[in-house]
Every structure is written in C-alpha cells, then in structure tokens.
Design a protein around this ligand. Structure first.
Ligand code: NAD
Ligand code: ZN
Ligand code: ZN
Length: 340
C-alpha cells in the first residue's frame, strides 16, 4: 500500500510502498477512502510539541474508510461499515476520565496519526471501540474534516457555554474555523469571525458569519467589543499563531469564556488583572469524546454543517503542507484515495 511517512521532523514526507497491516486481536483494518489534512499533521511532522511521535510514522487523523477485516474478538463494527479513525484513537476505558466521559484526557490515550499510524495511507488499523461511525447520508470525503476539525470546533463552542442569541468569536477561519462558524450558527449563536487574511474573512461570510474582523488592522479586541457591545460571551481560538491568544482573551466579555484549541508551540502572555477582575474563564479543549463525535456528525447528516473541501491525491501531500504552513488552504484539503 502507499503511505506518506514522516521519516525526519521538518523534512518532506516520503511517499513509500508499505505492507498492508494485519489487524491484531481487538483491532480492525480499514481501507482508506479519504483523509483530511489538519494543521495538527503539520505540527506532528515538524515535531512542534513537547510530546513527540516516534519516527517513522504516518500522519492523518481524519481518515474515513470501509472496514475490510476484523481481528479476533471484534464485535463493535462489522466488515463493510464506513468508519473514521480519529485523533482519539483509543483510551484505557477505566480511569477516572474514561469513566466520566472525558476520555480525551486519559493518560493512556493513543492518538491517530501521532502515536499510532494514521490515514495518509491506503489502509489503517483502528480500534473498533473508538472509531467514528459515519452516517449513511455522508460521503467519505464530506465526513473526513468532521472527525477532527468538526468535532473540535463543535466541542470548543460547547465549552464556551455561550447560549443561543449570544456572541461567539471564531478566531482563525481555516479547517476548524470554517466549520466552527457553521456549528455556532446552527446552535443559535451570533458569530464574529476573526482572521488575518481578507480571503478567509470573505469565506467566513459565506459560511454564515454575522461580523468580520481582520486582526491585522488596528486592535481586533476593540473591534470585537464594538460589534458585540462589550466582548463576546464565548471566544474560540483556532488560529495556529500565538498572537491570536492574548487577543482572544482581550475579546472575551466579562464572565465569558475563552476556549483555546489552536496549538502553536510556545506560551502567551495573560493579562492577569483583567482576567481576574472580569471573571474570565480560559479553558483548553482537546478534540471531543465519542458522544461529541456522534453529535458533530449528526449536524452534518442533517445538512446544517457542510465541510468545504478541496480534493488532492496522496502524492500531493508535501505541496499541501507547504500551502497549509503559508495559510494558503481556503478550508480543508482532503486526500482522495480513489486517485493516485
Ligand atoms: P488552518 O491552517 O486550516 O487554519 C488556521 C487559520 O488561522 C487560517 O485561516 C489562518 O489565516 C488563521 N490565522 C493565522 N494566524 C492568525 C491570527 N493571528 N489571528 C487570526 N487568525 C489567524 O489550521 P486548522 O487545521 O484549522 O488548525 C488550527 C489549529 O488548531 C492548529 O494549531 C491545530 O494543531 C489545532 N488543532 C487543535 C485541536 C484540539 O483538539 N485542540 C484539534 C485540531 C486542530
Ligand atoms: Zn486535527
Ligand atoms: Zn482512561
């Protein structure tokens, strides 16, 4: 099978011919139909984060495909099912977090395309207890961005605790943000989109944003405060850029919540007095649980959210990464395995 492999951090991926893996007990083999390319894959290939994957590895955590073989003892899926192998590849199932539906922070969690080989390959191994079940109404390519960009932005918006009729800011209108705008609208929120690129902001308008702010022009927090009458009730920062984080906190309304999901390497300054005196919550959010996955997919199956996708073959992966690094991907590239 063909797979795009990270052999060294910061170097182009190598498209290699690998042996199709055999599912062990409790595992399944999935023939990949489509896999989205997330900015996280770029962080992974660059070795950006403190926890680094072991080289060599195959990235990709938005892989969707058909179950073609079952390892011993598998009952949760059957051959022929369409599933997605997500970032939350598996978890222990019995720690305090797993037992309280917070399995994304399980200490034994494995991550697709990071600690386990992922979807930039013609076949993937998955854990049947953690795969996404793709609704019949969605094609593989439509579903791909939803199993990371979709679930992460949807869960992040829920974590802001903004209520229908209130304002949310979606900072960063890329893969996550273009879906976040649609989820927020479907959830009855007013949406102010923030990006540094006017093309992305035009796109945000098409996705349903009520107001647009270019963070490169003037102070974006002032602009958001003017639009929202004092700051957004919820702020979701998807931008892979440290500068967006303090700005996001500054955009948050008194008693509001600023949810961090973008993960550029590094730290950001927090205006301590303002955060304390305004009772602002700053909260991290990491993909979503299996329940969040089912919810995020059902919005799409109901036609309320639709990923905007550009199809590319696996062989184009290095060009796609270069564009993603430059901010030059309009929303989501999906690798289409029906093409070579
Ligand atoms: P993307 O490259 O598709 O989109 C990023 C967008 O941010 C682009 O539109 C870019 O123009 C915009 N941007 C850049 N700098 C900005 C700034 N200063 N202010 C406002 N906008 C700015 O990336 P993506 O695939 O949407 O991923 C975004 C980030 O989210 C990455 O860091 C990724 O690792 C992270 N991520 C986190 C989780 C999680 O579970 N927390 C899940 C998926 C992705
Ligand atoms: Zn992702
Ligand atoms: Zn656990």
């Amino acid at each position: 099978m063909q797979a795009a492999v990270v052999e060294q951090f910061g170097k182009p991926l190598v498209v290699a011919e690998l042996t199709v893996p055999t599912p062990g007990p409790g595992q399944i083999l999935v023939k990949t139909e489509a896999c989205g390319v997330c900015h996280t894959d770029l962080h992974a290939a660059n070795g950006d984060w403190p926890l680094k994957p072991t080289l060599p590895f195959t990235p990709g955590h938005e892989g969707i495909g058909i179950v073609t073989a079952l390892g011993a003892g598998v009952t949760a899926v059957k051959e022929g099912d369409r599933v997605g192998v997500p970032w939350l590849y598996s978890a222990c199932g019995h720690c305090e977090y797993c037992l309280s539906a917070r399995e994304t922070v399980c200490a034994d969690a494995q991550f697709g395309g990071y600690t386990r080989n992922g979807g930039f390959a013609e076949y993937m191994i998955g854990d049947p207890n953690y795969v996404a079940h793709i609704p019949a109404k969605l094609s593989a390519r439509e579903a791909a961005p939803l199993i990371c960009a979709g679930i992460t932005s949807y869960k992040g918006i829920k974590e802001t605790q903004a209520r229908p009729g209130e304002w949310v800011v979606i900072s960063g209108v890329g893969g996550l943000g273009h879906l976040g705008i649609q989820y927020a609208k479907a959830m009855g929120l007013h949406v102010c989109a923030v990006d540094i690129d006017n093309g992305k902001l035009d796109h945000a308008k098409k996705m349903g944003a009520d107001a647009l702010v270019n963070a490169k022009l003037g102070d974006p927090a002032d602009a958001v405060k003017k639009i929202t009458g004092g700051g957004a009730h919820g702020v979701l920062i998807t931008a892979p850029s440290l500068g967006a984080f303090k700005q996001g906190v500054d955009m948050t309304r008194k008693c509001g919540t600023c949810v961090l999901v973008g993960i550029p390497p590094g730290e950001f300054p927090t205006p301590l007095f303002e955060v304390v005196a305004n009772c602002i919550t700053i909260r991290g959010s990491f993909v979503g649980t299996r329940r969040d996955m089912a919810e995020a997919l059902s919005f799409a199956a109901d036609g309320k959210v639709k990923a905007d996708i550009e199809l590319q073959p696996l062989s184009a992966i290095n060009k796609v990464f270069e564009r993603l690094a430059r901010g030059d991907v309009p929303s989501r590239v999906v690798l289409d395995f029906s093409k070579r």
